[in-house]
Design a protein around this ligand. Sequence first.
Ligand SMILES: [Zn+2]
Length: 324
Amino acid sequence: MTQINDGVLTILGESIKPGESKEVNFDVANLHTSTPVNVPVIVERSKKPGPTVLFTAGIHGDEVNGVEIVRQLIAKGINKPKCGTIICMPVINIFGFINLKREFPDGRDLNRVFPGSPSGSLAGRVAHKLINQVVPHVDLIIDFHTGGSGRFNAPQLRYSKENKELNDLAKVFGAPFVLYSKNLSKSFRTTCYKLGKPLLLFEGGKSFHIDDVVTNSGVNGSKRILKHLGMLKTVFKSSKPKKACVFINESKWQRAKYSGMFKAAVTMGSHVEKDAILGNITDPYGKFNYFVRASHTGYIINVNESPIVYQGDALFHISTKLKK
Ligand SMILES: [Zn+2]
């Protein structure tokens, strides 16, 4: 990683010297009430030169657990680096967050409009500003997400395979799983990849939910990365992960054979054998009870926690092929 920040950092129109802290505003548009809306960017700089790390969350306005992870990094002072610079953006899609929605007010998914445009949709303008005014200053990005619509993700890092730098960083981070997944078109991750900026995407938990195991996995992983980069202050303890992380090459969603009421009966992150009972689907009248059995052997990395499912709904995300 390059180390670029031994001088004054000029970001979003503000100049920040080594040793300074500043909250900078990433404002793009007012609310429909013409109320100004702040999108705080919290910048902490050490006097000692070092790398610049960006922590982002809330690209999806319903993914509150990611916001909680970045909030804890700030509230605990973990974002005050021993060397270099730490930039935190806890809620990027503030419009979605205010409206309790995943998307922007016009229904756009911010993570499908990158790299954006200065004259495009509101989401596109936010994407453009992030890519052009924040990302050029940073050496590493950690972006926090959760599963969507009631589907609970075991804490996992995601990136496309064949990347030694990210593999090494992922081992340091120590989430229980790494899932190799293709870069999606027009996502933040893809754009950063094209710009040569390493990005670790963390997925854990589900929308509109805060889970302590997920939060701790995100906070502890961030501390390990900062320690690895020499940026974690000595007051913070950073322990090695209890288990080595499992690298997953391929995975498959197991879908519901029937519509009905659904209850999972499997521990998140556990390893299951083919045909093991994972849960059951029932009808409301006590006449029907179908046991969902594992279609194949693997690790359970996502569980649908919705009490009602339709035939074809994704129930369990199970690993099919591990990295050798
Ligand atoms: Zn997301």
